[in-house]
Design a protein around this ligand. Structure first.
Ligand SMILES: *Cc1c(COP(=O)(O)O)cnc(C)c1O
Length: 404
């Protein structure tokens, strides 16, 4: 039997919720999406959440709303999924890559060094579900000298008066930093509900809108929502109600709304996330950490810090003093033994698109070290203790076979 890497969690409650959308006569953006927005907001401890059709489009939407475009720079970690940087490119701006730290997350010191008069935002990625150092990032953007360098263009940037901090929280729903939930830690936070993420809607994403005063987050929600639906003043659900056929188009919006049929999956998952799905991920994570702590070659992922909590999205184990080629061979042996493993991530500068644009991995030594020694093990609620033991044994044997 092959152990899959990250199958979706689908049970009867989830099927029932999807069936209820199908039976309701309304399958696209409507009551289920509204419920998912409200329940995600309550879960993250924020007031305003907008659902979209992916985290990628969520990131594009917030960058566009911030007025970021041609000639602007957005700082991103070199160690992330391509979507973080592609969203920046899709609004016409330039992703400026910086190195990460040993904990896989963006290094505030490299961020500070990368700031120019063109810098408009920082996108921090909570790698594997471990929150970034948001205090350090906010200390940089609110620092007087950094604020003096900032050159606002447009009303939103004028009002913010500094570089925006955006959280790419594709991995980190349910994580905490200083006893605060991810969702409330940045100016704008984007969750992914893609099929492999901790909560899924098959494809989807959600934006937490937590801008500082004097921004009116309810008004920003309304604006962004309009922009997900072609800039149309009445959504299809409202129009479908009696007498509501008239509408106007007031903005050249996008079409990036979430359908109710998708929201139903996420709603049923979210309702059992803390009480079950997150706990089961934690169990698998801790089982691995306890077992691998016995091996001096194993570098365990971070998950303990005062006031912090991980979402346990990935289990990124690193093997000390190993080359990229050895790592690849260890993975081959693991795969040959029917355990699916992965690498998170191939650093952006190693991908053709970014290489051709002139980014070089030589500029990101910690990113390369993390990447070349990393293997992501399966982590999801369905993994029993027995299967975990099998995975641990398979990894340890593969190390022995290739390296010892
Ligand atoms: C999955 C992922 C995304 C993209 O999410 P989509 O919902 O598929 O657009 C963005 N950033 C990171 C770090 C991811 O892992």
């Amino acid at each position: 039997m092959k152990i899959p890497f990250s199958p979706p969690y689908i049970d009867d409650d989830i099927k029932q919720e999807v069936l209820s959308a199908l039976d309701s006569g309304w399958i696209t953006t409507g009551p289920k999406v509204k419920a998912l927005e409200q329940e995600t907001a309550a879960y993250a401890g924020v007031e305003h959440v907008l659902c979209v059709n992916s985290a990628t489009s969520g990131l594009m939407l917030v960058l566009h709303w911030l007025g970021i475009g041609r000639g602007d720079e957005v700082i991103v970690p070199a160690y992330t999924y391509c979507a973080t940087a592609l969203a920046v490119m899709h609004v016409g701006a330039t992703p400026v890559m910086v190195d990460v730290k040993d904990d896989f997350n963006i290094d505030p010191a490299t961020v500070k060094a990368a700031i120019t008069t063109r810098t408009k935002a920082i996108i921090a990625v909570d790698f594997a579900g471990w929150p970034c150092d948001y205090n350090a990032l906010f200390a940089i953007v609110t620092d007087d000298t950094t604020k003096q360098v900032f050159q606002p263009v447009g009303a939103v940037q004028e009002q913010l008066g500094r570089i925006a901090v955006i959280a790419d929280a594709a991995h980190s729903i349910g994580a905490e930093y200083e006893n605060r939930r991810v969702g409330s830690l940045a100016d704008l936070t984007v969750f992914s509900f893609h099929a492999v993420k901790n909560i899924t809607t098959a494809e989807g994403g959600a934006i937490c809108i937590t801008l500082p005063a004097p921004f009116d987050n309810q008004q920003v929600y309304q604006t962004l929502r309009l922009w997900t639906l072609n800039g149309q003043t009445k959504d299809a659900f409202t129009k479908s109600q009696a007498g509501g056929w008239k509408y106007d188009i007031v903005y050249a919006g996008f079409k990036i709304n979430m359908p109710d049929i998708c929201a139903a999956i996420g709603l049923a998952q979210l309702r059992k996330y803390d009480s079950q799905l997150w706990l089961e991920r934690k169990r698998v994570f801790e089982t691995y950490s306890k077992a691998f702590a016995k091996y001096e070659w194993a570098e365990l992922p971070p998950y303990e810090m005062e006031g912090a909590r991980c979402s346990y999205h990935l289990y990124p184990i690193r093997i000390k003093n190993i080359t990229e080629q050895q790592r690849d061979r260890v993975m081959e042996v693991i795969a040959a033994n029917d355990v699916s493993v992965n690498v998170h991530f191939i650093p952006l500068p190693l991908l053709s698109l970014f290489k051709e644009k002139g980014y070089s991995i030589d500029d990101y030594p910690v990113t390369y070290l993390n990447y070349s020694t990393e293997i992501s093990l399966p982590i999801y609620p369905q993994l029993t203790d027995e299967i975990c033991s099998l995975i641990i044994e398979t990894v340890a044997n593969a190390y022995k076979q290739i390296v010892e």
